[in-house]
Design a binder for this molecule. Structure first.
Ligand code: ATP
Ligand code: MG
Length: 570
């Protein structure tokens, strides 16, 4: 590609609202433009990188036995009603009607559509397993689109769905996809971790997220410093070892006045105790039923863990009116003693013997509260949010906290969709059975943003070779038409003939401008042709990642470039 022809409109400054580095650099380097909130145009450089990512995905998924399809973005409501998600999905699902008043949505994901496809044409165990994938636009009306491609409303996703005749088969499909994902993200040049994850809106039982480690990642993940245990904090279990409850003493709690002291900070400060001596009592609705959830005052509640512990469909924090109704006190004074609703307590709380908690009366708390003596939880379960320093649930290690960007997600779905939607097959024994499914997503455009978050410096993007829109830039330091320009032109043609993806900066610009643009766009290799060097038959080979510059004989440069690219893609 010739720079004079390349449509890559660069910007000196990114718009102020672009907070993430990746958003700023992709705008400035001319990879993307915003059309409207969370919706982006992908320009030629961006498209080249998207194509590279897509091709890596295709190669690895095809290798794993999956087959590419392309499903419609517009989906009829009927299918979503069959799966039960039409009413459940919430406002992220963009719903609309056609001229006949029939209801549709723009696909945020494609379980319903793929199940409908497979149930029509797959009838026998002989046709299973089958694994179909597509690379396509998704639309989710995200409440807070953010960071450009990072969290768009319209974005490109690769989604795959596996159908098996048995649970063992489905587990094998899951493992094969897990391995394909590892290969994909490794080839993309990303530093990532596979983490145990919650199953969210999609449903199912087993799930891993692939998280790219990045300082500004949205997700919090914890990883053991000793074993391989890694999980999203939404899911992370916490080891409970070596802690035994001190014996319960005789006595009863004492009521104390705490006028207007509601928060952990206000109460502990006022009573001269530390947060870990306080029982934080949160009223939650578990499938609509009020429960009191207890965590230590220095902890945060993790409602997803309550959902798991109680096998519930939905857990939300109760509104103020409900809190007042079930505790008889204004918000801020709830406690487990004498409460009539069921209590779920974190194991740390179940060990507390001289604690402070709300008295279920305005402006009053209790001191000297002992779990087991003054209240008995209906259930004791790990319900607090994991954090740095917590005990690993698998070994003697400690958990470390990281930030991550979720670039991929694999789910074991079981029969969550095949059962309600009647996606069945005739098994060997002549019985009609629901297919066992898995689903597997990758955020294709998000990978672009995540890769930049991991690879940049103060001059611009530093693409890993595999994702770079061009592997190298050829930069003649003269004027169009001069001797340097024609040598550069020859080199450009030789590089292309050798299978390299090169861009030649044939613009009539000062060297500083050419270097700045090439650095901003992040091409991994630069070949600079200057007068003095050329007189000696040499060119300068520069590395975007900061490795030392080399002077290479012109006659050898193509071979050297080819070796460098091959090595980087290996
Ligand atoms: P998140 O928690 O980030 O909203 P999700 O759990 O909703 O993601 P999935 O439904 O698992 O995401 O979608 C599969 C993949 O699609 C994700 O791993 C992510 O890489 C990508 N993705 C999801 N939502 C967006 C978005 N709004 N913009 C860009 N990529 C997205
Ligand atoms: Mg989401």
């Amino acid at each position: 590609m010739r720079m004079t022809q390349l449509h890559a409109p660069t910007l000196r400054e990114a718009p102020k609202e672009a907070e993430l580095v990746s958003h700023r650099l992709l705008l400035r380097a001319g990879f993307i433009r915003q059309l409207t909130a969370g919706v982006y145009d992908i320009l030629p450089l961006g498209m080249r990188s998207v194509t590279r990512i897509s091709n890596i995905i295709r190669e690895e998924l095809d290798r794993a036995g999956a087959q590419e399809v392309l499903l419609p973005a517009v989906q009829p409501a009927e299918l979503w009603k069959e799966s039960g998600r039409w009413d459940k999905y919430g406002p992220e699902l963009l719903r609309f009607k056609d001229r006949k008043e029939a209801e549709y949505c723009l696909g945020p994901t494609h379980e319903e559509v793929i199940v409908d496809l497979v149930r029509r044409d797959v009838r026998s165990y002989r046709q299973l397993p089958v694994n179909l994938y597509q690379i396509q636009f998704k639309f989710r009306d995200e409440i807070r689109p953010r960071g450009g491609l990072m969290r768009g409303r319209e974005f490109i996703m690769k989604d795959a769905y596996s159908f098996d005749a048995s649970e063992e088969g489905a587990h094998a499909s899951y493992r094969a996809m897990y391995q394909a994902y590892e290969a994909i993200f490794r080839r993309c040049g990303l530093d990532f971790r596979a983490v145990e994850a919650d199953t969210g809106n999609i449903g199912g039982s087993l799930s891993h997220e692939f998280q790219v480690l990045a300082t500004h990642g949205e997700d919090a993940i914890v990883s053991c410093d000793t074993c391989s245990y890694t999980a999203n904090v939404e899911k992370a279990a916490i080891g409970q070892r070596g802690v035994t409850a001190p014996p319960i003493t005789e006595g009863a709690p004492e009521r104390v006045d705490t006028p207007n002291r509601r928060t952990v900070e206000e109460v502990t400060h006022f009573l001269g105790v530390t947060p870990d001596q306080l029982i934080k009592t949160l009223i939650v609705l578990v499938d609509g039923q009020p429960w009191a959830a207890l965590v230590r005052g220095d902890r945060e509640l993790n409602p997803l863990k309550i959902k798991d512990a109680l096998q519930a469909g939905e857990v939300t924090l109760a509104d103020d009116a409900t809190v007042t109704r079930v505790t008889g006190a204004p918000v801020g004074f709830a406690g487990p003693v004498g409460l009539s609703i069921p209590v779920i307590a974190d194991p740390e709380v179940a060990l507390m013997v001289d604690a402070v908690c709300g008295a279920n009366a305005a402006d009053t708390h209790l001191r000297g509260v002992a779990a087991g003596r003054d209240f008995s939880p209906r259930q004791v379960a790990d319900v607090h949010l994991a954090r740095e320093g917590d005990a690993c649930p698998r070994c003697e290690g400690r958990l470390r906290a990281f930030r991550g960007i979720e670039v991929g997600h694999v789910f074991y779905l079981g029969t969550r969709y095949s059962k309600p939607m009647g996606c069945t097959f005739l098994d060997r024994d002549g019985q009609d059975k629901p297919m066992v499914m898995g689903c597997y997503g990758i955020g294709v455009t998000r990978i672009l943003a995540a890769a930049v978050e991991q690879h940049f410096d103060d001059r611009g993007i530093v693409w890993p070779m595999a994702l770079a829109p061009f592997q190298l830039a050829i930069i003649p330091l003269g004027r169009p038409g001069d001797e340097l320009a024609s040598a550069a032109d020859q080199l450009y043609r030789d590089a292309k003939a050798a299978g390299l993806d090169a861009v030649i900066d044939d613009r009539d610009e000062r060297p500083g401008v050419k270097f700045a643009d090439s650095d901003l766009m992040g091409f991994p290799l630069q070949v600079v042709l200057g007068k003095r060097g050329l007189a000696e038959g040499k060119v300068e080979l520069k590395f975007r990642d900061g490795r030392a510059t080399e002077n290479v004989p012109l006659a050898e440069i193509v071979e050297r470039l080819r070796a460098l690219v091959a090595e980087a893609l290996a």
